[in-house]
Design a protein around this ligand. Structure first.
Ligand code: MGD
Ligand code: MGD
Ligand code: SF4
Ligand code: MO
Length: 851
């Protein structure tokens, strides 16, 4: 297919026509791929006689999910090249994906099971190689001992984001092992604040709030808000770049002049941690100047819905009038009786299905009317029902709340000139279609969810949602998920799956053997696709609380990173291209097979095989049957066993033939738009201006009763540490960022030679103003420090970094620093609604390092 760079004047539709060539054109009418595309994708004939080409997939948490073609000769991967997609615009990759071979064949790869030498200290680097039999026996013994002595929950399974395959990645069968044991499975605490805040408006859960990346071709303006896609999502940036070439305005809001800011039409420089305030002030300004989108608010949002003053609930059939409330209560009891035996999930769905309609105040009747029946609903006002219930519209409550957020104060907090904030606000009201490209710059603060909640409210008030080119982009997640519940738990031995315990609380759990003040014995940790010791904030918490209080740590990994090197038992896993997998992508609309290109090297094994061995060693033969465990067809059948997969015609055979299947159900090239391609997944189907049922993302017994009442209407709270008026600013004047490096995905690729050549050692990027004030010159070693710890890095004077900020690109391992580690410095606090790490909510200072 031809390259996809769009010359001037292209819209998304004619863009497709011009670049699509025969393959895309042929499949425009089909749902998913068809044979024409499968032929287009069949690259086998390009291989020489002695060469095989396998369809594989990069699958770290870069979220790009790029498809690659692995050329295999004599059982060795010799070349990787980007693989085609039905939509050519999604083809691509980066240096990391292209250099994966250097990880497969790295001399630093873990080659066989390794046990910490008995009696040696954790992390001392004294290892002995052992056989798989010994390794599994030893792992099973420690797990069993802990479960017997302290209960199964004392065994903690931890997966983060290391790879997103269903067979061997974060969704692998450790979930089954945890479920049959009744063990603890941690909940990941990275990146959840953004989605949690947005969910309060869009009902889209933790992840599913973004439009497909190619939707930006229909945007008249893209606001890149707290993300650096040029480094962190190159495949998304390409679409933005093409849109820009066609005249879409691209504005980047960032505290530093990031790589993306450099390539945008305009950079709006903000102080870290205050975007939420700015978004609320913009919303207030728009309402004060009557620039809000009243049609959208009336028809597509819950603005006219009534809120009871007494209970803070919406006025609805379940609570008003009295007879209706009584009927509702009776129906709930009947449903409970009928469905109780079928488990909590079925019961919850049955209760949710009981009609519970909403009321508005009908000005014609001067009384509450159901939304569907009202002829003239009031958008604003406070009223009293005939039986004396005081109610106010959601819009009025929001408007009153917003009135305290002023442009002047926003300007003071963010450092952005007042006129610029007003102009930005007006453009949300006047631009044809605004896409807010967002990932995690607003998220990585203790007040992260408030920042993104505020931005979602701004989009709701301006109606920049649910239309072509309008809404969020940045983290387009699968609109389809295979049948994970059957895949994991279809076994008679299933006991309980507890995945509500935040990984961010492990230091507390191991350190105190309590969670939220209640006993929670925590003894054995099993980590896979996760480098917790390196990636979790406040590394010294890990060093001082977890390591000394942990009985046993089992790590499955490829490399001796911070976690593996501090474990008791390291199990060597096969690399991505040594095992088959399936992924439903982020940031492209495809489900893709990743074929096994070569056999596992050395004594490495696939994660799936290791889990099977361990499951059987623990006595769960029925759940981990030897005869089916390595049969891929068995797993595909389970994954595609649900009605949705079957209706869509997903099968192993089809996947093997087509390699890539569009899962959105959209015509190829027609972007998935949230709120347009399917209704908003809120209870009312509308965008929520009022968050009625306050609930934390995770429920592990935390007490939020003193805060719940304040969480219905969007508001702003200062960041925890980085705020300009924080008393800590005197001692630690610099805000500490850790950009996601273009040379690594977190800690992956941390020792790949071709990348180390480009990025040889940890750097601290600072403005000359801050360097000069400390007598530091470019290239000097500096010690960055705060009360939590320190890191010694090389200073890079970079005028793209604003004064008052230092950034150490993340992902280096402890051993790569002259002293300390960048992760010792980060703030380990999380907010207990979103429970997501806040690494940027951190203050530090630095000085010249005297070795
Ligand atoms: N190359 C590479 N790509 C990656 C990753 C990687 O490690 N390397 N990691 C992947 C993962 S898991 C994630 S979560 C994503 C992260 O992707 P991004 O969110 O794009 O990553 P960050 O480097 O955190 O960049 C966020 C941007 O927000 C800015 N920022 C920080 N604080 C604020 C603030 O208060 N307000 C505003 N407006 N901006 C702020 C930062 O300066 C930075 O430019 O990247 C993914 N892609
Ligand atoms: N200070 C600071 N800390 C941060 C962040 C920050 O901005 N600043 N960002 C945070 C964010 S957004 C995220 S998402 C996290 C990421 O944290 P993690 O999810 O821990 O990220 P990685 O380092 O990519 O990968 C984890 C491990 O998975 C392993 N792995 C890869 N493939 C496989 C496989 O097939 N099987 C097994 N068993 N293992 C595999 C890798 O080798 C790696 O050691 O880091 C967070 N930490
Ligand atoms: S690291 Fe990301 S952008 Fe690079 S090849 Fe892998 S998935 Fe694609
Ligand atoms: Mo992330």
């Amino acid at each position: 297919m031809s390259g996809a760079h769009g010359p001037k004047g292209l819209t998304r539709r004619n863009f497709l026509k011009t670049t699509g060539a025969a393959g895309v054109a042929a499949c425009l009418s089909a749902v998913g791929t068809n044979l024409a595309v499968a032929e287009e994708l069949d690259d086998d004939e390009r291989a020489g006689d002695e060469e095989r080409i396998c369809s594989v997939m990069c699958r770290s948490n870069c979220m790009g999910s790029c498809r690659w073609l692995a050329h295999v000769r004599d059982g060795k991967v010799v070349k990787l090249e980007p693989g085609n997609y039905p939509n050519d615009g999604y083809r691509g990759g980066c240096l990391k994906g292209a250099s994966y071979m250097e990880r497969i064949y790295s001399p630093t790869r873990i080659q066989q099971p390794m046990r910490r030498v008995p009696g040696s200290e954790r992390g001392a680097g004294e290892w002995e190689a052992i056989s798989w039999e010994e390794a599994i026996e030893e792992a099973a013994k420690h797990i069993k001992d802990a479960a017997d002595a302290y209960g199964p929950k004392s065994v903690v399974f931890d997966a983060s984001s290391g790879q997103y395959g269903y067979m061997n990645g974060v969704y692998n069968q450790f979930a089954r092992l945890s479920g049959v044991m009744g063990a603890t499975k941690t909940a990941v605490c990275y990146d959840y604040a953004a989605g949690y805040g947005i969910n309060r408006v869009l009902g889209t859960g933790d992840w599913a709030y973004c439009n497909e990346p190619n939707s930006v071709l229909d945007s008249s303006m893209v606001v890149v808000w707290g993300t650096n896609p040029v480094f962190t999502a190159p495949q998304n940036w390409r679409w933005i770049q093409w849109a820009k070439e066609n005249g879409t305005k691209v504005i980047c809001i960032d505290p530093i002049k990031s790589a993306t800011a450099h390539r945008s039409d305009e950079w709006i420089q903000v102080n870290p941690g205050y975007d939420g305030y700015m978004a609320l002030a913009m919303s207030n300004y728009l309402i004060q100047n009557e620039l809000q989108n009243l049609d959208f608010i009336k028809e597509k949002s819950t603005g006219a819905f009534l809120v009871r003053e007494d209970t803070k609930a919406h006025l609805r059939a379940s609570n008003w009038p009295a007879e209706s409330a009584a009927t509702y209560v009776a129906t709930v009891s009947a449903v409970k009786e009928k469905y109780a035996a079928q488990g909590a999930a079925v019961l919850a769905a049955a209760v949710a299905a009981i009609p519970n309609k909403y009321y508005v105040w009908d000005l014609d009747a001067n009384a509450p009317k159901l939304v569907e029946e009202a002829t003239n609903p009031a958008l604003e006002g406070t009223f009293t029902t005939p039986d004396g219930v005081k109610v106010t519209t959601a819009y009025t409550l929001l408007k009153e709340q917003l009135s305290q957020y002023t442009i002047e104060e926003a300007s003071k907090k963010t450092g952005v000139p007042a006129e610029r904030i007003e102009e930005l606000a007006r453009s949300f009201a006047t631009e044809r279609a605004v896409s807010v490209n967002i990932t995690y710059g607003l998220d990585h603060y203790v007040n992260g969810y408030l920042n993104t909640w505020a931005v979602a409210i701004l989009l709701a008030l301006t109606g920049q949602l649910g239309r072509d080119g309008a809404g969020f982009t940045g983290v387009f997640t699968q609109t389809y998920t295979p049948a994970l519940t059957s895949y994991w738990f279809a076994t008679p031995e299933f006991k309980e799956y507890n995945s509500q315990v935040p990984a961010a609380r492990l230091a507390e759990m191991f350190g105190t053997q309590k969670l939220e003040g209640k006993d929670y014995p925590s003894k054995v940790l099993v980590s896979y696709c996760s480098n917790l010791m390196s990636n979790m904030t406040g590394q010294n918490e890990w060093i001082n609380k977890v390591l000394p209080n942990m009985d046993y740590w089992i790590v499955l990994d490829m490399e001796m990173n911070d976690s593996a090197s501090h474990a008791d038992l390291v199990l060597p896993v096969a690399s991505w291209y040594e095992k088959e997998d399936l992924r439903t992508a982020y940031n492209n609309p495809y489900m893709t097979i990743s074929e096994k290109a070569i056999d596992p090297l050395y004594e490495t094994k696939s994660d799936n095989e290791i889990i099977g061995m361990l499951g059987r060693a623990l006595g769960y033969e029925k759940s981990f049957p030897e005869d089916t465990w390595d049969n891929m067809s068995y797993w595909y059948k389970l994954l595609f066993s649900d009605k949705i997969s079957q209706a869509a015609g997903y099968t192993e055979e089809r996947l093997r033939e087509e390699k890539v299947i569009n899962y959105t159900g959209q015509e190829e090239g027609s972007p998935w738009i949230r709120g347009k391609s399917a209704p908003w997944p809120t209870e009312s189907g509308r965008v929520q201006l009022y968050y009625e049922k306050v609930a934390p993302r995770l429920n592990y017994g935390q007490d939020l009763s003193s805060r719940d009442a304040d969480e219905h209407i969007v508001y702003f709270r200062e960041p925890d540490e980085c705020g300009s008026e924080n008393p800590l600013a005197e001692k630690y004047p610099l805000v500490y960022l850790q950009e996601h490096s273009r040379f690594r995905i977190h800690t992956q690729w941390f020792e790949v030679p071709v990348l180390r050549e480009l990025d040889p050692e940890p750097q601290g990027k600072v403005n000359s103003v801050d360097a000069e004030a400390r007598g530091v010159k470019d290239g000097d070693y500096i010690e960055v420090f705060n009360d939590r710890g320190h890191a010694v890095v090389k200073a890079l004077i970079d005028e793209s970094i604003a004064p008052g900020i230092i950034s150490i690109p993340k992902g280096w391992q402890r051993s790569q620093f002259k002293a300390g580690c960048y992760q010792e410095l980060t703030n380990p606090k999380t907010d207990k609604y979103a429970d997501s790490i806040a690494p940027y909510d951190t203050r530090v200072d630095f000085k010249k390092w005297e070795a």
